[in-house]
Design a protein around this ligand. Sequence first.
Ligand SMILES: Cc1cc2nc3c(=O)[nH]c(=O)nc-3n(C[C@H](O)[C@H](O)[C@H](O)COP(=O)(O)O)c2cc1C
Length: 290
Amino acid sequence: MFFLTPVLVAVVCILIAWIFKNADGRSMEGRKGETRARAQTRPWVDEDLKDSTDLQQVEEDDDDWQESEESVEHIPFSHTRYPEKEMIKRSQEFYELLNKRRSVRFISNEQIPMEVIDNVIKSAGTAPSGAHTEPWTFVIVKDLDVKHKIREIIEEEEEINYLKRMGRQWVTDLKKLRTNWIKEYLDTAPVLILIFKQVHGFAANGKRKVHYYNEISVSIACGILLAALQNAGLVTVTTTPLNCGPRLRVLLGRPANEKLLMLLPVGYPSQEATVPDLIRKPLDQIMVTV
Ligand SMILES: Cc1cc2nc3c(=O)[nH]c(=O)nc-3n(C[C@H](O)[C@H](O)[C@H](O)COP(=O)(O)O)c2cc1C
């Protein structure tokens, strides 16, 4: 009887431990299920561009989010209407200007007027955004050392991208553009513009603010920025450095709610600049009228 008691105690202990473990597992599952359900009701939160430097992954909690309380006055809309002939002329001229835009990968080290940069960023900042959240940060890099550090990070990652991550099809598709992991323009371009999307914002009380459709909003701003640069007579190449976002964010001291979306080296084309002789699809291949 006496030698049975320790065995009985051990069995009871194992049973209690098993009950606790299962109860915890069930609540974890429940929490995961709730997060999944929340993700489904918040389709603007995209899953890509995850940033492994978010060391303090905050558990999603509805109480952390701030609802907008601002009220805004509504005012008469001011509109400029052009005669039809003028409209056609303006639209044709705008198309001709934008049709001359090319991705230029050879950029001279000649300095550019910084007032132009202010104006193109102001233009980008006129973009529409989900619930007028303006979820963008444009980081302007002029410092030679910082530009070089950016180049080192990007070339290091891009070499791995080209050799391992991108796959044969992607590398083959890029052959006609003659691109590789060497990015001299990151040193030579007088200005680098790094565009970050703010995946959420912060209210004055520190609570998080939802940034609806932040990636679409910032992409529209980038489109306007490209058009503004073209209008000013500067060149750039749209780049989305794969796997570099977290390191560049840390280098530039940006907070964890900002994720790198795009990097634009900006300047004048170098004397020997060439571009691939690409042909754009004609109207009847890109437009469908119903
Ligand atoms: C989302 C996006 C990402 C791009 N990423 C790169 C890139 O990483 N490196 C690069 O040299 N060009 C990049 N490009 C530029 C494209 O290769 C270029 O736009 C395309 O070849 C058409 O040429 P065009 O811009 O001269 O019309 C990118 C373009 C887009 C829209």
